[in-house]
Every structure is written in structure tokens, then in C-alpha cells.
Design a protein around this ligand. Structure first.
Ligand code: PEP
Ligand code: MG
Length: 421
């Protein structure tokens, strides 16, 4: 059914998929043979079609129906139209990839890269970005028969740090659990895995795994500017416990006469509302933070981010999202600590003007979003962004926010200042 969709288009559309499927994208397989399948899913998603266990489904009234059987002609028509629009837009965006990330009034927004491996392809974006805003380290652990040892991890971290030096590289400690399991680790089944023993909690539970990773990170720290980021932090206790374990590893390395940089920063992902709401206190305990909007949305709206039955409740544009993000940014700004967004919203062309209006000066995203975001920024003034942020924070529903931002974007209002110059 999907064989006749060429590979080239598949690759382009895979990038599109990243922009259209927060969360789900990451969990798809991106092997050689998967790009066409993935591309279709990406395009179809934006048309209201969803996948359940690898099949195409669509909404029919209140029911979901399998649409795999007649997908062939349906796909061809939809993909052709969507692809034409998509390619025209990408072509216009392309030249922005290498420009400085400046707004129309000259304000600079640092652009970070989200990466999931240390491969040359993943590091391609180093030319166009100011930092690694999120390095997901899970790839080192997944689909492996055994846990990666310290040396293997050290080599991977060193490679990225060197490539980016002297720019910062934010490396997130192991964020496993939830939907992600490890073949090489016995992980008991949980009823609510996203609310369970995941990420930092699992690292506390398995201190040797955490310590091995921290040893590798601290050893690699002499090769660049390392920012260690802790995922799934819910309390100040979490922060203190993790920092104390990191200190222990430092002492251990020191005793072994192994050098590590004293400049390494320790920060957190803000993705659980309980830490977001005490951002003023958290900011005193850490060197920086990055807002993980994917999980923040999941926990704020009480919606499993991977459960298609409730995807309508997963509302990134919920006014509460913008209010809570605004609060975190304000508190970290007050404390003089860097704050970034590295969830999918950081690369979302509709959301970014609002994020900037809320005070964010650092955004991190996948490489496929970089040119588009630089383009949006180039058309926007801070004054306009602040007005947008005020407006959306006071809207009643996510649908209101989305249609407002779409309308403004379609009318080219983001471009107003640029035309006037
Ligand atoms: C997030 O939650 O926004 C995030 C960046 O982390 P992940 O998607 O890997 O959970
Ligand atoms: Mg997360």
C-alpha cells in the first residue's frame, strides 16, 4: 500500500511529522524502511487520522474506525496536496537556516538543538545553533543487550562536547520508564507508568546506573561546556538528592585523580507542575532549567501523552500552559538563571511568538524546526510578542488560543514590523 511513496518524500515528510506529532514522533522507528510509513502517518495526523498499534484509524463521529483497507487512494490524494503545500513552505524557509536568530527589533533568541544521538547526522545542526538544548541519552541504553558502560558513555558525551565547544551542551540524565522500557533491565509492569517509577525516580532506585552515567558525564566535562539536566523533578528533595549523588561522584573521581571541570552546571527539566509552581525556590537550588512542555502538558492536563483515546485533552495551547510557563520564566529571570524551552512547543511556529512574549530568550528544537523558527522570529517584535502573550493567557480555551494564533499567523501579522521597515 505504501510502497509507491518515494523515499525522498519520506524523508522530507518525516521532518514534517516531527512538527505535527508531539511525543508520538519520538516513539516511532526511524529505520531505513520506515520513513515512508512514518511520513504518511505524519501527514495524516494533521488531517485528523491517528494510529493505534501501527494501523491507520480515523474519527467517525464519536467512534474511531480502522481506515487501513481503503487507505491507498485516500493516502495518495491527501499526501499529494499536503506535500505540495509543505514543500513550498519548506523552500521559503530554507534560506533562514544559517541566519542569526534575531527578531525584527534586533533581540537575539538563542537557538538550541535537540538531539538523540551523537551520530554525524545528529550533529549536522551544530553549524546553525547556539547550543545543544537537549541531548536525550536514552539511545545509549535502548535496544541494547546490556547497559552501556562508563567508557562507552564517556566517548559519546565527549564527542558532542567537543563538537560544540565552547558552546553549552545540555545532557539530560537517563529518562527511562513511562512508555520507554529497556531490554537490558527488568522493569516491573506498572498500572500508570507515566506516574510511576520513571526517569530520576528510577535513577534513585538504581543508584549504580545513575552513578555510572554521572561518572561518564563528569569525566567528559573537561572537553567542553557541560550542563547536566535532571528529568522528572517534582520537588526540592529530588534536586537535593540528585545533587548530593553528583557531589559524591565528584569526590570519588577526585580521589581517583580524574579531572573534571568545575564549570559544569546542574539544572532541571521543569515538566511536573509541582516544581513549576515553586520555580522561585527551585531557581535558588539549580544553575538553569529547561521547560519540557511535552510532559508538562501531560501532567498539567492529566492526559496520557500517548493515549490516542484522550488526545483531544492533551492541549498544548491550553491557557494554563502559557500561564505556568510564564510563571517559571519570570521566577528564573528574577533569580538570574537561564531558562529555556526544549519540549515540542520550543519548535512550534504558532507557540514561539507567545513563548518569546512570555520572556523566553532560549528555545531548543529538532533540526527540522530551526529554519522555520528563525524565520518566524525575524518577523516578530518583542512588543508584539508581549501583546500576544498577554492575550492568550487570558483566553478561556485552547481552541480559542489556537484559532487566534492561526488567524494572526495567516494574516501575516507576525510580519507587520518587518514590512513597515
Ligand atoms: C518534554 O517532556 O517536553 C521533553 C522534552 O522530554 P521528553 O519528550 O523526552 O519526555
Ligand atoms: Mg519529558
Amino acid at each position: 500500500m505504501l510502497d509507491d511513496i518515494e523515499r525522498g518524500r519520506g524523508f522530507i515528510a518525516a521532518a514534517h511529522l516531527k512538527e505535527t506529532i508531539p511525543g508520538v514522533y519520538r516513539d516511532m522507528k526511524f529505520g531505513e524502511g520506515h520513513t515512508d510509513y512514518v511520513s504518511c502517518v505524519g501527514l495524516l495526523y494533521s488531517m485528523g487520522v491517528r494510529i493505534f498499534t501501527g494501523e491507520f484509524w480515523h474519527k467517525d463521529g464519536d467512534d474511531w474506525r480502522r481506515s487501513l483497507s481503503d487507505a491507498s487512494s485516500f493516502l495518495r490524494k491527501k499526501i499529494d496536496t499536503a506535500m505540495e503545500r509543505y514543500l513550498a513552505d519548506k523552500e521559503a524557509e530554507r534560506k533562514f537556516i544559517s541566519v542569526q536568530p534575531l527578531m525584527a527589533d534586533g533581540t537575539r533568541i538563542d537557538i538550541g538543538l535537540n538531539i538523540g544521538s551523537s551520530s554525524p547526522a545528529a550533529l549536522e545542526g551544530a553549524k546553525y545553533t547556539d547550543m545543544v538544548g537537549l541531548f536525550r541519552t536514552e539511545f545509549l541504553y535502548m535496544e541494547k543487550p546490556a547497559l552501556p558502560d562508563e567508557q562507552e558513555q564517556f566517548e559519546a558525551y565527549k564527542k558532542i562536547l567537543r563538537e560544540y565547544a565552547p558552546r553549552p551542551v545540555t545532557i539530560r540524565t537517563l529518562d527511562i520508564g513511562g512508555d520507554k522500557t529497556l531490554e537490558c533491565m527488568n522493569m516491573p509492569r506498572e498500572d500508570n507508568p507515566f506516574l510511576g517509577n520513571r526517569a530520576l525516580r528510577l535513577c534513585f532506585d538504581k543508584p549504580n546506573i545513575f552513578k555510572t552515567q554521572i561518572r561518564a558525564l563528569l569525566r567528559a566535562s573537561v572537553h567542553g561546556s557541560l550542563w547536566i539536566m535532571l528529568p522528572m523533578v517534582g520537588s526540592i528533595d529530588d534536586i537535593r538528592r540528585a545533587k548530593s549523588m553528583i557531589d559524591d561522584v565528584r569526590v570519588e573521581l577526585d580521589r581517583e585523580d580524574i579531572a573534571c571541570s568545575s564549570e559544569t552546571r546542574i539544572g532541571i527539566m521543569v515538566e511536573i507542575p509541582s516544581i513549576a509552581l515553586i520555580a522561585d525556590i527551585a531557581a535558588q537550588e539549580v544553575d538553569f532549567a529547561s521547560i519540557g512542555t511535552n510532559d508538562l502538558c501531560q501532567y498539567l492536563t492529566a492526559t496520557d501523552r500517548l493515549n490516542p483515546y484522550v488526545s483531544g485533552y492533551y492541549q498544548s495551547y491550553h491557557p494554563a500552559m502559557f500561564r505556568i510557563i510564564g510563571h517559571v520564566v519570570e521566577e528564573f529571570d528574577k533569580a538570574g538563571k537561564p531558562i529555556c524551552v526544549c519540549g515540542e512547543m520550543g519548535g512550534d511556529k504558532l507557540a514561539v511568538p507567545v513563548l518569546v512574549g512570555l520572556g523566553l530568550r532560549k528555545l531548543s528544537m529538532g533540526i527540522s524546526s530551526v529554519a522555520g523558527i528563525k524565520r518566524v522570529l525575524s518577523t516578530l517584535t518583542m512588543e508584539h510578542a508581549a501583546r500576544l502573550a498577554d492575550a492568550v493567557k487570558n483566553m478561556p480555551t485552547a481552541a480559542d488560543v489556537e484559532s487566534y494564533l492561526k488567524k494572526i499567523s495567516a494574516e501575516g501579522e507576525f510580519q507587520c514590523k518587518r514590512r513597515a521597515q
